[in-house]
Design a protein around this ligand. Structure first.
Ligand SMILES: NC(=O)c1ccc[n+]([C@@H]2O[C@H](COP(=O)([O-])OP(=O)(O)OC[C@H]3O[C@@H](n4cnc5c(N)ncnc54)[C@H](O)[C@@H]3O)[C@@H](O)[C@H]2O)c1
Length: 385
């Protein structure tokens, strides 16, 4: 159990631990057994993650005489649909789940969001454990209790707050992750620095190569730092009535871009969209007169150097009906459905500076539309004009 670190999310009455470290699965039973009312466990697993790491995870549980039932979920955002939600719910119920059982989410943010929501409503709420297997889910989605599926009107519009009972972030599982999924997770890491920790953004800039390339100490530090920062914000504002909203930096734009690509993660991963969304938020912060142009250029330059703009350029030019899907009016319409909005007004997370994000209430729609026109014309180029 060497090199494992624990971060406590000290919510009342739902305090839980996030355990981070290499080869955690070898001790999975030791962490999970205290949470079980009986020796059985239903696991909702991403098909890819389970094929690669399921044996490693289940070995320790089987050795502890825990009977396991696995419900496999297809990889990808389409699994956050009503149809997939219904299937998963029915399968969990068919396995005879009881109110005192806990179920496990084994996979990335998709499976974590889907399982958390299912756990929150089955039998009016059963416990669940997050076993995040992607970088993005380890540093972000597995912590904080936001669960949701997607609706036609937009992403994550149907869900509840339901905190996990435990998070097991085994960094060994990241070794099989593709480079685009590493980059998607990295976006949610440096986002934390931009929100409230300029020194951490500096660290991400200086150590980007190592964090991206391997499971070394730089990545371990970045994962722990991001989780600790998120936990702190969640403890302060569990239900997002204030500061927690800043964690959505870049997300209003990102969700519009994801909708424009029909949530096709081969075109654009959620984290890749977040990186571009942060660039757009930085530009819009300048337009709104709150952020210095030079600082925006530093942020956008970093996002460009990481390669995220190449991805949006490909997504844009590959879109069969580019003009329709990426139409500024359509992007704005998606942004109008965002959960942060209130009173029919669009609320955005903008930046005063690096390490200083805030909720910008009532962003002028006409100004936003003109801004989106410019961005669509330049095909979301990092260039500044
Ligand atoms: N609830 C929250 O607070 C929150 C926060 C951020 C993002 N999200 C949600 O998270 C989702 C994105 O999560 P994600 O980036 O983890 O995507 P994902 O769950 O789709 O996983 C990405 C890909 O990695 C594969 N995979 C998973 N583990 C693997 C492993 N160890 N090795 C190899 N491949 C593996 C999956 O099969 C999938 O193809 C979005 O739906 C987003 O809305 C939720």
């Amino acid at each position: 159990m060497q090199n494992n670190n624990k971060i406590s999310v000290d919510l009342k009455p739902n305090k839980y631990d996030v355990i981070i470290g290499a080869d955690l699965y070898a001790n999975a039973a030791q962490y999970i057994t205290p949470l079980l009312a009986r020796n059985r466990l239903i696991i909702i697993a991403d098909e890819n993650a389970w094929a690669l790491h399921g044996d490693r995870f289940s070995a320790s549980l089987r050795a502890a005489q825990i009977e396991i039932f696995v419900v496999r979920v297809a990889s990808g955002e389409t699994s956050k649909s009503f149809a997939s939600f219904e299937r998963v719910i029915e399968e969990i119920l068919a396995h005879g789940v009881e109110r005192t059982d806990v179920i496990v989410a084994f996979g990335g943010g998709v499976v974590g969001d889907l399982t958390g929501f299912a756990a929150g409503v089955i039998n009016r709420g059963v416990g669940f454990i997050q076993v995040p297997t992607t970088l993005l889910s380890q540093v972000d989605s597995s912590v904080g209790g936001k669960t949701a599926i997607n609706a036609r009107a937009g992403k994550n519009l149907v869900g509840i707050f339901h905190q996990p009972r435990l998070v097991l972030a085994d960094t060994t599982s990241l070794k099989t992750l593709g480079s685009r999924d590493i980059m998607a997770g990295f976006a949610e890491i440096f986002k934390i620095g931009l929100i409230n920790d300029a020194a951490f953004f500096d660290y991400c800039q200086t150590n980007a190569e190592q964090i991206i390339a391997n499971n070394g100490p730089e990545r371990q530090y970045a994962i722990e730092k991001a989780i600790a920062a998120k936990a702190k914000i969640v403890i302060e504002d569990e239900f997002e009535n204030g500061v927690r909203a800043t964690l959505n930096l870049g997300h209003s734009f990102a969700h519009a871009l994801e909708a424009a690509t029909n949530y096709d993660e081969t075109a654009l991963r959620h984290g890749e969209a977040v990186a571009i969304g942060i660039g757009l938020a930085a530009k819009f912060s300048v337009k709104s007169g709150v952020l210095d142009t030079q600082i925006a250029q530093v942020i956008i330059g970093f996002i460009k150097d990481c390669g995220y703009y190449e991805q949006i350029a490909v997504a844009f030019s590959n879109s069969a009906d580019t003009n329709q899907n990426f139409a500024p009016e359509k992007l704005l319409a998606t942004m109008c459905h965002d959960k942060k909005n209130s009173g029919g007004q669009i609320n955005l997370i903008l930046l005063n500076s690096i390490g200083d994000a805030y909720v910008h209430k009532n962003a002028p729609k006409q100004m936003l539309l003109e801004f989106l026109h410019g961005e669509c014309e330049s095909r979301f180029s990092p260039q500044y004009n």
